[in-house]
Design a protein around this ligand. Sequence first.
Ligand code: AMP
Ligand code: MG
Length: 494
Amino acid sequence: MAPMLAPSLAALPLEQRYARLPAPLWTRERVTPLDAPWLVGWSDDAARALGLDPAAKDDPATLEAFNGQRALAVEPVAMAYAGHQFGVWVPRLGDGRAVLLGEARTPGGETWDVQVKGSGRTAFSRVFDGRSVLRSAVRELLASEALDALGIPTTRALCVVGSRTPVRREEEETGALLVRLAPTHVRLGTFEWVARSHPEHLAALADHVIAEDLAGVVDPTAADRHRRLLDEVVHRTARLVAAWQAHGFVHGVLNTDNLSIVGVTLDYGPFAFVEAFDPGLVVNHSDPGGRYAFDRQPEVCLWNLGRLAVALAPLVPREAAEEALAAYGPEFGRAYRELMRKKLGLAGWRGDEDDDLLLALLQTMSEGQADLALTLRALGRVDPADASSDAPVRAAFRDPRPWAGVAARYAARLRQDGLDPAARRAAMDAVNPRYVLRTHLAQRAIERAQAGDGDEVARLLRVLRRPFDEQPGEEAYALPPPADAPPVALSCSS
Ligand code: AMP
Ligand code: MG
């Protein structure tokens, strides 16, 4: 039987558990309404995950509540936090443009933070306007729902509300709200801020996360529960980053305030999926040093976890913290190889031999400017008994010559396993997406939305929610941008 969904936002059971923590950790806020709000995009799947009937989309009260024109059962709060940005400690960040409407409990017993990003000024806004622009809200909606469909842990996005409120960035844009769902919005940087500014509340924050967000995972009565918390964050982050690396997701701004304490992808700014394979891809134009390049994500996330360990020092002895951090590398390697085993369609991972094969393949893809998603998808078409079966792989390369060097090796490796080609292809198609969120696709949907039309956001979202399926009629969404298309510059500005 389908679970009972709340028929309206007002009927959704909401609590404000974060406000049970001591007051310096949060402030009471409200959403400052945007002018002429309209619903730009909406995820039915996110609504169901939240326990909300997707038909609530058509209820004017839904939009009014998100736009601060209608109160809900609990009062919104903004969360205090800080973080290391590009390796430098920034002592005062906090939800400068987001408020937590409350935590919803689903019929299945899960809880989701419901947050409005782009809420208008809060106590943490510093000199900024507290707004988000339509461009960045649409990108976050599409990306969070796309990563979720790929099986990558992430916050979710319920909807984007557009407006006529002008917002000044590099040029004038319009303000928008993103309604974001997360198991919790506590970040590594939340712990850093509390450890430095209010160390007397550090244990309370840790115990809150353990009780509310890691129930059934970390025993809240155990004497070493804070060590277990660190273990859990280390393991989850390692697995998360492994999924990013396997699918070619570049986050772009891996500051400690953008890393979730429960290991989900958090805060989509200048992110991108790797298209023509480039291990050192830097997507953020505000990152000239490449600190957050694609291939540096694993090490930089470990560095971030090190900052968490420092923050937890009063609760977790140094030796125990070092032991916890030492598990990151092995867990990352295990998770990454397991994902790549599936993506390459191998029965098992033959240690160094398969490490070398993978490295050679990635090197080949880089030399031949092979589209990552298309190449992996095409590898499922390779039949070692048919030499011409690799035509789709060659087609995924701009320059297919380098592929020749690894083609025979891959075919030989498949022969060792001797799997049935059709069964192997089906299994590979379930892990190698045909559709990923390409920057030019997002850009087209944004331009249409900026002109007042959300249809392209809806259509792209529908395609991205079924990334592994062949979708007749939607083939164009699987293609890289034309070679002569102007590049889209991605900055931190949002
Ligand atoms: P972000 O780059 O969105 O992760 O933001 C970093 C920090 O700056 C967070 O604490 C945000 O809440 C804050 N922030 C970013 N943009 C704005 C804005 N337009 N108004 C107020 N605060 C902002
Ligand atoms: Mg952030």
